[in-house]
Design a binder for this molecule. Sequence first.
Ligand code: KG4
Ligand code: ZN
Length: 337
Amino acid sequence: MIVLGIETSCDETGVAIYDGKNGRLLSNALYSQIDLHAQYGGVVPELASRDHVAKLKPLVYEALAEAKITLKEIDAIAYTAMPGLVGALMVGAAFAKALAYMLDIPSVAIHHMEGHLLAPLLSEGEKPDYPYVALLVSGGHTQLIEVDGFGQYKLLGESIDDAAGEAFDKTAKLLGLPYPGGPHLAKLAEKGKPDQFELPRPMCDRPGLDFSFSGLKTAVLNTWQQSDQSDQTKADIANAFQQAVVDTIVIKCKRALKQSKVKNLVVAGGVSANKHLREKLQQLADKNSWRVFYPPMAYCTDNGAMIAIAGAYRLQHGFVDQDMSIEVKPRAPLNHT
Ligand code: KG4
Ligand code: ZN
């Protein structure tokens, strides 16, 4: 079963080919729209949609060439149908379904977060066993999910306002860092001295597994405005912010694993690229004899490979689009079937 995966939910056009029978990724083509949106300080949805239109076809041919196969050898097409920017999703969904119709092969709708959740299975090394707790930390989501098997997802907690990545991006913006803020802020934090500023660890002083990050950016703004606003201070504040987000996430992960009596933690989504988060989660795991799994670095942020592998699993479990109608959703729970 050779699956073509198409990702267009936000500002990355991703196309990949996954061989489900042999469990091997054959190719992964990616085009990032970062330069296009940078001048606006954030993603402009209409521009994102238009650029997906322009890039999809060449990326499909790039992916085919890298996999050394032809269109006729594709058995199915998986595409991100939710959640995301509706126009951007529409481009990928319409393209995928039209191509599947033309090739007379099945298409299958994928939930973007299920893609992130399964991305660690793209690893060449050891893969996590069920059950595991998944921490999904992206620009749009912060969720803790108990995964008991493929498709068996129990939401343990999530952000009630800003996602972790969103908090990184917004905080970076108010500190005057370029888009996309997360990686820039993380880099600046490395130059900062730890413990120079005290920021809250939101919702950690009460039980539960939900997160709230929107107050943190206000705390950063106040701290910045009352400071000497030197470059070193900016780096120190970035360090304090990163520390606050990471501590909060680590506390909630500890609770989630203890509560569900699970020993494996899977971390995915763009923020899982954060080095400090990785260090702290590893320390937590070592202390408790737990294990932490990540997707390969290239598949932490949005990509087509995670959609292709999710497609292969979905098809294996009998999921397939029933008709030609194109349905995309800006928001959707993970158990969307
Ligand atoms: O998963 P992703 O590529 O897209 C969404 O589905 O949202 O995640 C992107 C998010 C952005 O908010 C970005 O700033 C954040 O992940 N991010 C990081 C780092 N790399 C990406 N945040 C903190 N540290 C990083 N190293
Ligand atoms: Zn994502």
